[in-house]
Write a protein that binds this ligand. Structure first.
Ligand code: GLN
Length: 472
């Protein structure tokens, strides 16, 4: 499809400052694009052009993101706009406040514009679990765009918005970015406030960015980071000037390539992309070293137990009484309201996870599953600590074992879909920052991933920019 050329935030900003066009014209232009391609693409599930135009007319262009429209995943609250998490359960919910990330975007001058489609409650890897129907991959409409931030990645890839926010609990920013050929960044856990991000698995959830280039990722990240007293897990670490750190290259950097990530289970084009990335980094003076992350194989099991356990608790609030969709007929008793509202309000994948999560937390099974998964999580984190304390500065790996699967790949069981998260969930379990960068190729897009120690996003961005420039 690829109907429109992609434009970077940096270029758009220059055009606005040069008065080549106004912010309102820019919003109009993107609104028109949405109207044209969204009925087929389904990257957005709602947008409010009037509201965006109002902000555009008041935009302060001197601010870092002054007058630039940014799309927002449907699980991040924007005051006065729907935040439905692509679920029937929240079909009538209108956010009564701004998430801190959105407030920060506004402070930086940006215009939140459009709610992007997603897997329901961010549970999924294809975008197909949306109550609004699946988003298509703009590079090949027979394929999924990845998920759960499916709409954010597809919209940026199709040029119908210059950048978007997503959320990454187990890879949902990086994996769709990889499948759509754009840049997806998940910062260190705690870097961006989760206040106003609808909770899926609170110990893993982070807001992240989807952009067309690494420089834009740095620009957007800058606006979003910083301590927030409204999120008890928000970090007080100082926030460096990410853009200023770019262009410093990777000369002399030791970059680890985990042997567990170079696996025969990867599609050949994924292996090729990984080797080209390693070569590109090496050509710019990095030292690529083989390392081992021995608990990689157990990461997916640990992730799905922990994520489902936390989801079952977080989603208990949607009972049709306190929150969420409520059945119309007056049921016999309160239990009936809960049961019928949840049965109709949630889709299959969400129900599967609530059941799994409730099971692993129940008396008698807690030790065997949940407590054990937490111990595995600690081991996964220890693998990374050991690698980074042996003078490894970044880790290179694939994002997903295959390129984007076909839509409705019915031969895939839920377990097979879960297993494809093997390279993305470790960063969430360990709370590490990670970025997915496209490796240009003739066929479907493939991204590679760089992981950095906690709070070393600046270093990670340097590596990512080298990849982007050298591979171009
Ligand atoms: N694919 C993973 C899952 O389904 C990741 C989801 C996410 O990061 N939100 O849980």
């Amino acid at each position: 499809m690829l109907p429109f050329p992609r434009t970077t935030l940096t270029d758009l900003r220059r055009k606005l400052l040069d008065h080549e066009l106004s912010s309102a014209e820019l919003v109009q232009q993107y609104a028109q694009r949405m109207q044209q391609v969204n009925p087929a693409l389904k990257a957005f599930i709602s947008w409010d052009t009037e509201r965006a135009l109002l902000s555009a007319r008041q935009a302060d262009l001197s601010l870092p993101l002054g007058g630039l429209p940014i799309a927002v995943k449907d699980n991040i609250c924007c005051l006065g706009e729907p935040a439905r998490c692509a679920s029937r359960m929240l079909e009538n919910f209108v956010a009564p406040y701004d998430a801190t990330a959105i407030a920060k975007l506004r402070i930086a001058g940006a215009i939140p514009f459009g709610r992007t489609n997603m897997d329901e409650f961010a549970m999924g890897s294809t975008g197909e679990n949306s109550a609004f129907g699946p988003t298509l991959n703009p590079i090949d409409e027979n394929c999924v765009p990845g998920g759960s931030s499916s709409g954010s990645a597809a919209a940026v890839a199709a040029g119908i918005i210059p950048a978007a926010l997503g959320s990454d609990t187990g890879g949902s920013v990086r994996q769709p970015a990889s499948h759509c050929g754009v840049v997806g960044l998940k910062p260190t856990y705690g870097r961006i406030s989760r206040y106003g991000l609808v909770a899926f698995a609170s110990s893993l959830d982070q807001i992240g960015t989807i952009t067309t280039c690494v420089q834009d990722a740095a620009l957007l990240l800058q606006a979003l980071c910083g301590y927030d007293p409204l999120d008890s897990t928000s970090s007080k670490q100082p926030v460096p000037d990410f853009s200023a750190e770019l262009s410093r290259g990777v000369q002399g950097m030791r970059i680890g390539l985990p042997k567990e990530y170079v696996s025969s289970g990867n599609a050949p084009e994924v292996q090729t992309a990984l080797y080209s990335a390693a070569k590109a980094l090496e050509s710019q003076g990095a030292d690529i070293c083989e390392i081992s992350l021995p608990h990689t194989e157990a990461a997916v099991a640990s992730y799905y137990i922990i994520a489902c356990a936390e989801a079952s608790s977080n989603l208990a609030r949607y009972d049709g009484v306190r929150y969420g969709y409520r059945v119309e007929h007056s049921p016999d008793n309160t239990g009936d309201i809960y049961a019928r509202s949840r049965t109709l309000g949630f889709g299959d994948e969400v129900k599967r996870r609530i059941i799994l999560g409730t099971y692993v937390l129940s008396g008698g099974y807690y030790e065997a599953y949940y407590a054990r998964a937490q111990r595995v999580r600690a081991l996964v984190a220890r693998d990374f600590n050991q690698a980074f304390s042996s003078r490894i500065q970044l880790i290179l790996g694939p994002v997903a074992p295959t390129p984007a699967p076909k839509l409705q790949a019915q031969d895939m069981t839920p377990l097979q879909v879960y297993l494809a998260d093997i390279y993305t969930v470790p960063a969430n379990l360990a709370g590490l920052p990670a970025i997915s960068v496209p490796v240009p190729q003739a066929s479907l897009p493939i991204g590679v991933q760089l992981l950095a120690p906690h709070y070393e996003e600046a270093r990670m961005l340097r590596g990512a920019e080298v990849l982007e420039k050298t591979l171009a």
